[in-house]
Design a protein around this ligand. Structure first.
Ligand code: NAD
Length: 453
């Protein structure tokens, strides 16, 4: 079907007001939940074909998120959509003031490949909960998951409400010529700029969920064992192809050697070998080559082995890394962890402040002054103290970037708000209004108005 005609149908359908009914929204959210559950095996197989992601990882980092999102919105739909009463000021008496969460209309969601289900379904679930029609364009890079999502949606939902449009850059470029009421994009900062420019043509608001180099700092006051275990888990989950993975490590010099040994110990314990069914592969040849070029053999502390045929790169620690090295010039997005040592904590914060604002930042310490300085001095999307990535697991926290790492946020109530317009309504009584607002004016009226305003 031609995509423009689908959007026109969605526009007509939105005008029927059907998507605004809570019963309608609940019915389709339930339907999507049941379809995901009944197609679980198909979803596991597709993602395994795309980049060897295991059933365990797919459930814990993708499907469980999606099912939780659906349950959250079904449970909270009534309270989220209920008009919020706010105080009415003196000049607007006698009246009452309310804010209505108004669906935006027809929205476009563009997904990334690295968590293909979560990054495509979570935004459309929020869009559905908020009462919108939606076109989803998943990433073509994870082709099998794109097809699986298209099968689930296009065979079971009316296209005038929800539709998956399969395609790559050409198809996305076509889509971007059309006028949407919101574009929700997940992907690189480079493509984010293309999306933002295209959206500006139609004054379409955007959420841009982008990437960047997210630092993790480990000071001498950290619980080093806990830090090493959590960092190894978070960095090599999905073979480092996670937008909020710790991109590089800054370790205080006095514990540097000891910490590297602990990292090595956990990588070995977690058994991330070439035969592991729990260690994800690199998505494609292009990224494999890009990553291999970032491994400076002279700086390999651990790992560095690879199997090109199977797109396997061993978890790799790089030591004695400097800020000028190639690996520090771009988001790594793979299983390579550069480690830089530091002696002055405040200087480290100053250095990070000089860089683009990251999507995430992490600090491992038990020192409350360091915690305070990290939280208040740095600007980044979100993060953790004494953990990595897990802030995403709390849907009461908004998830999104700042500066180069993104615009806007979602998850829980923030996802609902991202796809709603806050419409203000002041309702006035038709009686009891003093005459001072109306001409002819006088000094006496002005003095009353001064008192009121
Ligand atoms: P990408 O920017 O290459 O692609 C994302 C989407 O944009 C895809 O659907 C793709 O088809 C489309 N696209 C690509 N080039 C385009 C163009 N020239 N014109 C129009 N559309 C185009 O990103 P990716 O490789 O899929 O994902 C990796 C990046 O995404 C990393 O930077 C990562 O940090 C970031 N990311 C961010 C989040 C987040 O939630 N903030 C999550 C996952 C990934």
């Amino acid at each position: 079907m031609e995509i423009e005609s689908i959007l026109l149908k969605q526009r007509d359908f939105f005008k029927t007001q059907q998507t605004k009914s809570l019963a309608f929204r609940k019915m389709y959210l339930e339907k999507l939940k049941n379809l995901i559950i009944s197609h679980e095996n198909m979803l596991y197989e597709a993602i395994n074909k795309d980049f060897g992601k295991s059933k365990f990882d797919t459930f814990t980092t993708e499907l469980s998120f999606i099912l939780n999102d659906i349950n959250y919105y079904i449970k909270n739909l009534k309270s989220l959509s209920k008009p919020k009463k706010v105080r009415t000021n003196l000049v607007n008496q006698l009246g009452n003031s309310k804010i209505y969460a108004d669906p935006l209309g027809c929205v476009l969601v563009i997904g990334a490949w690295n968590y293909p289900y979560q990054l495509s379904f979570s935004p459309i679930i929020a869009a559905m909960a908020a009462g919108n029609c939606c076109i989803l364009k998943p990433s073509e890079i994870a082709e099998n998951t794109m097809k699986a999502m298209a099968k689930i949606i296009n065979e079971n939902f009316p296209p005038e409400y929800l539709y998956v449009y399969e395609g790559g850059i050409g198809e996305t470029t076509e889509l971007l010529k059309l006028k949407f009421d919101k574009i929700f994009f997940t992907g690189s900062t480079k493509v984010g700029k293309i999306i933002y420019q295209a959206a500006a043509e139609h004054l379409t608001p955007v959420v841009l969920e982008l990437g960047g180099k997210s630092p993790a700092i480990v000071t001498k006051d950290a619980d080093l064992e806990v830090a090493a275990k959590r960092i190894v888990w978070g960095k090599f989950l999905n073979a480092g192809q996670t937008c909020v993975a710790p991109d590089y490590l800054l370790v205080e010099e006095s514990v540097h050697e000891q910490f590297l040994e602990m990292l090595r110990k956990y990588i070995t314990e977690f058994k991330y070998g070439p035969d592991s069914e729990h260690y994800t592969r690199i998505i494609n040849q292009r990224n494999f080559q890009r990553l291999m070029n970032l491994i400076n053999k002279e700086k390999v502390y651990f790992g560095g082995n690879f199997d090109e045929k199977n797109l396997f790169i061993e978890p790799t620690l790089l030591n004695n890394v400097s800020w000028e090295d190639d690996v520090m010039q771009e988001e790594i997005f793979g299983p390579i962890l550069p480690v830089i040592s530091f002696t002055n904590f405040n200087l480290v914060l100053t250095t990070i402040l000089e860089l683009e604002k990251p999507l995430a930042a992490y600090l491992f310490t038990r020192n409350s002054e360091e915690k305070e300085a990290f939280t208040t001095k740095l600007s980044f999307g979100g993060g953790c103290i004494n953990d990595v990535i897990m802030h995403l697991g709390n849907d009461r926290l908004p998830f999104g970037g700042v500066g180069n790492s993104g615009i806007g946020s979602y998850h829980g109530i923030y996802g609902f708000e991202a796809f709603s317009h806050q419409k203000s309504i002041l309702e006035k009584a038709t009686w009891g209004e003093p005459d001072i607002k109306y001409p002819p004016y006088s000094e006496k009226k002005l003095s009353w108005i001064r008192k009121l305003l």
